[in-house]
Ligand binder design. Structure first.
Ligand code: NAD
Ligand code: TYD
Length: 372
């Protein structure tokens, strides 16, 4: 597709979606971007401030559970490309409140597919070319032992959390619309993302916020669980490759080639924060509750807490297919990506304080008591 596209980005006010909207509007300024987002606790218009001024951009406050809204947008905007990020995305929440995950991740994805089918396949006036790109996760493949090979696109699905199960269901629905109705679809399954605008309930931003505000750093279990970490902009580059070059109907794994144990990440993060405070006196004045402000080690905050139920031990992505077929390669090492993320969090206190108000704090205190 070379002509300007009309791209519907669902969940574009969330962490990865907002990074993607900014990335895409810079790379493809003639494409029109329509963001559809329900602004749940994880969605935030502040994430989109830098793109909000563009003429080729529209934000719609709406829910993918609302079929009429999707229909109206598909028709009114003559959408030819859907990039589907909208989801409930936090494993811990899915353990306590799975229903919202089934609603948004399964029913919501099906609503989008039904609307796409109606406007792209069943209609005589559909666009000449179309694409439904579905953003998914490596968690659909289950968990790995220490010597298991990394997940490939052929690995059998074995989702272990309600979150992973709901994403697996949505992947299967997308696949079925290709097979049954001939819809042009692509799916990417990626590893753990980190970077600017990530809601501070996920490991890395949560630990940074707690470290600078002097709160415990809760490490689940013994901290030996392993994740493959992917800087969010590398993920956006990977999605770009899949959308522009990927085979229709295919799935691509996108990873960072960065496997780390949780405890090693947290230790590294503590050292980086200590170094940042040593290098910049103003940080101590700004974050007086941080141990580093008083010359103490941030690692003193590390607290081992009760393990997550059904906690997957290891995720690892084999991105050979995306590398060989699409030329995908992550640009950031974990060290460089982490430094970018830490700097962003230190410079954007207003952002994380604003998103962490009210409902989120209530939820955390209800589900995770201090002695957990
Ligand atoms: P996020 O939780 O930060 O953002 C989700 C966004 O979707 C929010 O803006 C929210 O308001 C919106 N949303 C939720 N329910 C909605 C609904 N019913 N209708 C419309 N909008 C709704 O999530 P994220 O981390 O940016 O993840 C984006 C996608 O990437 C998800 O599909 C997730 O499964 C996938 N993914 C994320 C990671 C990761 O490490 N964060 C890893 C692999 C895959
Ligand atoms: P998370 O960021 O929630 O991503 P996911 O569950 O999708 O991998 O968690 C990453 C890892 O960090 C996971 O093994 C759980 C662990 N973890 C903690 O040890 N403490 C925490 O406070 C959080 C949020 C996660």
């Amino acid at each position: 597709m070379t002509a300007a596209r009309k791209v519907l980005v669902t969940g574009g006010a969330g962490f990865i979606g907002a990074n993607f909207v900014r990335y895409w509007s810079e790379c493809y300024p003639s494409d029109r971007i329509i963001v559809l987002d329900a602004l749940t606790y994880a969605g935030n218009l502040a994430n989109l401030e830098s793109v909000a001024a563009g003429d080729n951009y529209r934000f719609v406050h709406g829910n993918i559970l609302d079929v009429a809204t999707i229909d109206e947008l598909m028709l009114g905007e003559q959408v030819d490309t859907i990039v589907h990020f909208a989801a409930e995305s936090h494993v811990d929440r899915s353990i306590h409140e799975p229903d919202a995950f089934i609603q948004t991740n399964v029913i919501g994805t099906n609503n989008l597919l039904m609307a796409a089918r109606k406007h792209w396949i069943d209609s005589d006036s559909g666009p000449a070319a179309h694409l439904f790109h579905h953003v998914s996760t490596d968690e659909v493949y289950g968990t790995l032992g220490p010597d298991d090979p990394a997940f490939t696109e052929q690995t059998l699905y074995a989702p272990n959390s309600p979150y992973a199960a709901s994403k697996a269901a949505s992947d299967h629905l997308v696949r079925s619309y290709h097979h049954t109705f001939g819809m042009q679809v692509t799916t990417s399954n990626c590893s753990n993302n980190y970077g600017p605008y990530q809601f501070p309930e996920k490991l890395i931003p949560l630990m940074i916020v707690n470290a600078v505000t002097g709160k415990p750093l809760p490490v689940y279990g013994d901290g030996s669980n392993i994740r493959d970490w992917l800087y969010v902009e590398d993920h956006c580059r990977g999605i770009d490759r899949v959308i522009n070059q990927g085979q229709r109907g295919a799935t691509y794994n996108i990873g960072g080639n960065n496997e780390w144990r949780n405890i090693d990440i947290v230790n590294q993060l503590c050292k980086s924060i200590d170094a940042a405070f040593e290098a910049d006196d103003q940080l101590a004045a700004h974050f007086p509750d941080a141990p580093a402000a008083g010359g103490k080690k941030t690692e003193s905050l590390i607290t081992f807490v009760k393990d997550r139920l059904g906690h997957d031990w290891r995720y690892a992505i084999d991105a050979t297919l995306a590398e060989s077929e699409l030329g995908y390669k992550p640009l950031e090492s974990f060290e460089s990506g982490f430094q970018l993320t830490l700097n962003w969090m230190l410079q954007n206190e207003m952002w994380w304080r604003a998103v962490m108000d009210g409902s989120y704090r209530d939820w955390i205190s209800k589900n995770y008591s201090a002695d957990d």
